[in-house]
Design a protein around this ligand. Structure first.
Ligand code: GLU
Length: 498
């Protein structure tokens, strides 16, 4: 079997979104599971809308997901300290703007073989043609009039300064059939395709043409891309045939819709991939979730690590019905994958988020210990500052609800204050034993002791395991917080529970 070579070919005209990331991932999984090569090609022929920033954000997004490419763009720092984009790999360059010679050369070949022709029609003429076709109820499309130009007519146009485009001469009455690896056989009659432009008047290629030239020259074996390209595939097959080239396998991935069945909007899922990173989603969860957007195992397994995905992924198990992007499921998967990480790793990955939240990130061991206490509750890395911030902060802010709750418990807290000062070994088991003994001796239900202690020490009603939290904070801080809390509530408290 010949080598598997696939490519991800984004147009760098905006942010790197979920749909593109899914296409990249499926190509990558396909290649990695078959000892194949994964190529990144930048389709930047739209020179007005393409930006270097967008190319870099695609590369950054792929890096974040852990999707590496064997050939494609790379960033190097030149002598002046500037970052430059270069191509790495034997079939480069991997930027279409740098491949114009190839497109011109192959367009000449098609002209020579009379499989393409020069078209001199102006915009107005094309518009006029379109209007007439609509009036007569005919199919709208180029009618092929420049196909029949004589050499003299062509010369005349050229001498009048008209700059032609190159159009592909679609053969008449031909059935174009291909077997889509996801959808099965797809067949189109060539009558439904009118002669399409392959090179613009300024010499830049149109997508279908550049794509075929590159896929051929880069020896791509399997083209895996979004469903929106199905209508392009028959045109591309015609170009392969006209140039006598082997046709790759095709697979068109299903659309991704939001939970209401609409195209992804910015609000529901169509965010930049890097926003997910900023928001505290871990790559393992995104990769897992993206993999499930249009693919699944027979057993409907939900949680995968990337190695499992590589070994299990196949186009045969991709669905042809639309995939639904469900934020809640992504969030759930994120929590599952975070649970699998060590506290040290969670710390490393949330370092930036913790710093931005103004937390003291050192000593690392201390922050990691705080993370360990709350790891079961983390859904996103961005939850961490709120979950552990009060444990690391110098002081705790008590809001009025907590102060109101504590108002009835001054006497309990005074007792606890004394107790905390005297506990011999300030470890969670010992603290628990002593606090329970204190409750019993004072004939109090434990909840009337545990809650006030939590309010005083953490300033909140919920949090990590109470005694582990006390041990983590240390005697000094626990005593200090109880004292401060007491001071604050004593003003208004009734102290009636003891
Ligand atoms: N540049 C095209 C896109 O971003 C690539 C399509 C293809 O994979 O052939 O949609």
């Amino acid at each position: 079997m010949s080598e598997v070579r696939v490519r991800f070919a984004p147009s760098p005209t905006g942010y790197f979104h979920i749909g593109s990331a899914r296409t990249a991932l499926y190509n990558w999984l396909f290649a990695r599971g078959r000892q194949g090569k994964f190529v990144l090609r930048i389709e930047d022929t739209d020179e007005v809308r393409s930006t270097v920033g967008s190319i870099k954000s695609i590369m950054k997004g792929l890096n974040y997901l852990g999707i590496d490419w064997d050939e494609g763009p790379a960033i190097v720092r030149d002598a002046s300290g500037e970052d430059r984009l270069i191509s790495k790999g034997e079939f480069g360059p991997y930027f279409q703007t740098l491949r114009k010679n190839f497109y011109n050369q192959w367009a000449d070949k098609l002209l020579e073989k009379k499989k393409a022709y020069l078209c001199f029609c102006t915009k107005d003429e094309l518009e006029d043609m379109r209007k007439k076709q609509i009036e007569k109820g005919e199919r709208v499309g180029y009618d092929g009039r420049c196909r029949r130009l004589t050499p003299r007519e062509r010369e005349k146009f050229l001498s009048h300064g008209r700059t032609p485009v190159v159009r592909f001469a679609v053969p008449a009455g031909k059935r174009i059939t291909f077997s889509d690896s996801i959808r099965g056989e797809i067949s189109v009659n060539s009558e439904e395709i009118s002669d399409f432009v392959i090179l613009r008047a300024n010499g830049t290629p149109m997508y279908n043409f550049a794509c075929v030239v590159d896929d051929h020259m880069m020896k791509i074996s399997d083209v895996i891309r979004g469903e929106d390209h199905i209508s392009n595939t028959p045109k591309q097959i015609l170009i392969y045939e006209a140039l006598g080239w082997d046709i790759p396998n095709f697979a068109h991935l299903t659309m991704i819709l939001d939970v209401d069945g609409r195209r992804l909007s910015k609000r529901k899922g169509a965010r930049s991939l890097l926003e997910y990173e900023d928001d505290g989603f871990v790559r393992e969860a995104l990769v897992n979730y993206l993999a499930l957007l249009g693919w699944g195992t027979k057993e409907s397994q939900n949680i995968f690590d990337v190695g499992e995905l590589v070994s299990k992924f196949s186009l045969g198990r991709c669905t042809s019905s639309s995939a639904i992007f469900d934020n809640q499921k992504l969030l759930w998967l994120n929590a599952q994958h975070i649970k699998k990480l060590s506290a040290a790793e969670i710390y490393r990955r949330s370092y930036r988020i913790l710093k931005e939240a103004g937390l003291d990130v050192y000593p690392a061991e201390k922050v990691q210990a705080a993370i360990s206490l709350e790891r079961e509750k983390i859904k996103k890395l961005s939850d961490i500052p709120n979950l552990i911030g009060f444990m690391l902060a110098e002081k705790v802010e008590y809001d009025k609800d907590v102060l109101a709750l504590g108002g009835d418990c001054a006497e309990v807290l005074k007792g606890l204050l004394k107790l905390m000062k005297n506990i011999e070994i300030f470890k969670s088991a010992e603290i628990e034993k002593e606090v329970r003994r204190f409750s019993k001796e004072n004939n109090l239900k434990t909840k009337f002791v545990f809650h006030p202690l939590r309010w005083a020490v953490s300033g909140r009603s919920r949090g990590p395991s109470l005694f582990e939290m006390c041990e983590f904070m240390g005697r000094e801080k626990v005593v200090e917080r109880i004292s401060v809390f007491l001071e604050k509530i004593e003003k208004g408290g009734r102290g009636e529970l003891l």
